[in-house]
Design a protein around this ligand. Structure first.
Ligand SMILES: O=C(O)CCC(=O)C(=O)O
Length: 264
C-alpha cells in the first residue's frame, strides 16, 4: 500500500480505498441485503423505516468483498502480517432510508469490541482487545445527502488518554462515551462518501456517527470489525510488549499517550 495512504491513516485515523471491492460484487451484496428487509428497491412506498439493521451475511459475495487482495495488503500494512484474522462473513449493516423521522442511533462514538463476564454492553480498552479495525463498505453510492457516516478527523488520538485511565480491564462504551465525545469535539468532520465498492479503513478508536438520510436514495453500508488473530486477541496493540518498530495503529496509540505507556 502506498506510503502516502499510510501517512494519511496515521494522521487522520482513516483512509479510503477506491473500488477495493469490484462494483459488480458490491452490487450483488446490495441485492442480497434487499432480500433481508421488508422494503423494495423500486418502491419508495415500502421505505417505511429510517433504518433497517441487518446482521452477519455469510454468502459468497460478502466473503469475496472482504477478502480482496487490496484489502489484505492494507491489513498487513496497518496491523501487521499474522496479527489479523481473515473473515468470511460481514456484519453488521445499517441500511438508512430517506424518512421524515430521525433515527435514534446517530450519536458520536467509538466501537466496543468485547464483553467481560457478566457485562451486558460492549467494552473497549487502550490495547483494543478484540478489534483491530472498523471498516465501512459502501454497498450503494453515497453522497453528502444520503447519510454518509460522519468522521471526526484525527479523533483516534483522543481516545487513548481516556481509555488508559481504565487500564487493561477497559470500560463500557456507554461509560466512556461522554468523555470520548468531549475529548474529540474540536475535530473537523469528514463525510464517508463514495461509490459502490469503495471501502474506508478506520482506526479502532476513530470517533464517528451516523446521520439521517436526507437524500432520495437508500444508503447501504457494511461496518464489520476486523478482529485480531488468536495470538494477538487480548492485546493486539499492547503497550507493554517492547516492539521497536510498531506498525501504524500501535504507533498512533503510543504517540497519543506521548510515551507514557503504563496501562495495567
Ligand atoms: O450508519 C452509519 O453511518 C454508522 C453507524 C455506526 O457508526 C454504528 O452504529 O456504530
Amino acid at each position: 500500500m502506498d506510503r502516502e495512504l499510510v501517512d494519511r491513516f496515521t494522521a487522520d485515523g482513516f483512509l479510503k480505498l477506491d473500488q477495493a471491492v469490484p462494483a459488480d460484487v458490491a452490487q450483488e451484496c446490495a441485492r442480497l441485503l434487499w432480500a433481508e428487509i421488508p422494503a423494495e428497491p423500486d418502491d419508495p412506498a415500502t421505505w417505511t423505516e429510517p433504518v433497517h439493521w441487518v446482521a452477519g451475511m455469510g454468502q459468497e459475495p460478502f466473503a469475496q468483498a472482504i477478502n480482496t487482495p487490496v484489502l489484505h495488503d492494507a491489513f498487513d500494512t496497518l496491523i501487521g502480517p499474522g496479527r489479523w484474522a481473515p473473515r468470511d462473513s460481514m456484519g453488521s449493516f445499517p441500511l438508512r432510508f430517506p424518512h421524515e423521522s430521525e433515527p435514534n442511533d446517530a450519536g458520536w462514538h467509538i466501537e466496543g469490541s468485547y464483553q467481560p463476564p457478566g457485562a451486558e454492553t460492549y467494552w473497549t480498552n487502550v490495547h483494543s482487545t478484540g478489534r483491530v479495525l472498523l471498516m465501512l463498505f459502501l454497498f450503494t453510492d453515497i453522497d453528502e445527502h444520503n447519510a454518509p457516516t460522519r468522521i471526526r478527523i484525527g479523533s483516534h488520538m483522543d481516545a487513548p488518554a481516556v481509555l488508559r485511565e481504565h487500564g487493561s480491564r477497559g470500560a463500557s462504551i456507554f461509560h466512556i462515551g461522554p468523555d470520548i465525545e468531549a475529548a474529540s469535539a474540536h475535530r473537523p468532520i469528514a463525510l464517508a462518501t463514495g461509490r459502490v465498492g469503495d471501502v474506508y479503513l478506520c482506526h479502532p478508536f476513530l470517533v464517528h456517527a451516523a446521520q439521517p438520510n436526507h437524500g432520495n436514495q437508500p444508503r447501504f453500508l457494511g461496518q464489520p470489525a476486523l478482529l485480531p488473530s488468536e495470538t494477538f486477541h487480548r492485546a493486539p496493540f499492547s503497550l507493554t510488549v517492547l516492539d521497536h518498530t510498531p506498525l501504524p495503529i500501535a504507533r498512533t496509540i503510543r504517540d497519543a499517550l506521548h510515551g507514557d505507556l503504563a496501562a495495567e
